[in-house]
Design a protein around this ligand. Structure first.
Ligand code: HEM
Length: 247
């Protein structure tokens, strides 16, 4: 759920989600959340949850990079627990096929439309060699010269942590080049290219590649849906003072 559980640090008595398979050496930027939280606590102590800060930061960073804006419902509260086992079980992997991605999203109440539009967030950011190695060496659903150029940077062994752009064309703009790349078989992750593989997601990818306003419209709807999955409200959870630890 959207309860800030990913922000909790491990300590001697507690293992959280930061070291789950998908998050370890991957999820980053926690110090920015700390800075935002510290500012908010100065003016309005004990009111704004870390979970709400994450939801707003996701929206505002989209806007700053040229993407769409949307209204964020507020009032989420923060968890007092986290589960590495659940994170391992539920976060989708870059090796997933289309059908695995679909069932993973369906389990959270998210449709194929949500899956495709939300994957469009890979219009920004980077991925480590270890997350796309299998795709560039083993898969056929990839442009051969694109695969080759990546193989120079990401060898079969070693250099696990070198980063490559998820959107090779415009990695710091929130636009629809992610989808345009997929039409050319230039998706970085297997899970990206699976969305344009001759099956049920193709028509959505084509639609968003052709018209960024259609992508933006669906992205805002799907972000709203995703950011309201199982929030803690009322008296559940707490408003953490420090996002890294339970009060
Ligand atoms: C469809 C299932 C998804 C899979 C399998 C997936 C997988 C990944 C992987 C493997 C990376 C690179 C991580 C690393 O190298 O450490 C990544 C990065 C990223 N993902 Fe996803 N992702 C998915 C969906 C999403 C969604 C729904 C969003 C947001 C709406 C998102 C936003 C991002 C962003 C912004 C980055 C770049 C982070 C950075 O540069 O630090 N992803 N994703």
């Amino acid at each position: 759920g959207c309860d800030g559980s990913i922000l909790l640090d491990d300590d001697s008595t507690f293992i959280g989600e930061k070291t789950a398979l998908a998050n370890n050496n991957s999820a980053r930027g926690f110090e920015f959340v700390d800075d935002i939280k510290a500012e908010v606590e100065k003016t309005c102590p004990g009111v704004v949850s870390c979970a709400d800060i994450l939801a707003i930061a996701a929206r505002d960073s989209t806007v700053v990079l040229g993407g769409p804006s949307w209204k964020v419902k507020l009032g989420r509260r923060d968890s007092i627990t986290a589960s590495r086992a659940d994170a391992n079980k539920f976060i989708p992997a870059p090796s997933f096929t289309l059908s695995a991605l679909k069932s993973n999203f369906h389990a959270q109440g998210l449709s194929l439309k949500d899956l495709v539009a939300l994957s469009g967030a890979h219009t920004i950011g980077l991925a480590r060699c270890t997350t796309f190695r299998a795709h560039i060496y083993n898969d056929s659903n990839i442009d051969p010269s694109f695969a080759k150029s990546l193989q120079h940077k990401c060898p079969r062994t070693g250099k696990d942590d070198i980063h490559r752009r998820l959107d090779l064309r415009t990695p710091i703009s929130f636009d629809n080049f992610y989808f345009r790349n997929l039409l050319k078989k230039k998706g970085l992750l297997r899970s990206d290219q699976e969305l344009f593989n001759g099956k049920s997601a193709d028509s959505l990818v084509k639609k968003y590649a052709a018209d960024s306003s259609k992508f933006f419209q669906q992205f805002t709807k799907s972000m709203n849906k995703m950011s309201n999955i199982k929030p803690l409200t009322g008296n559940s959870g707490q408003i953490r003072i420090n996002c890294r630890k339970v009060n």
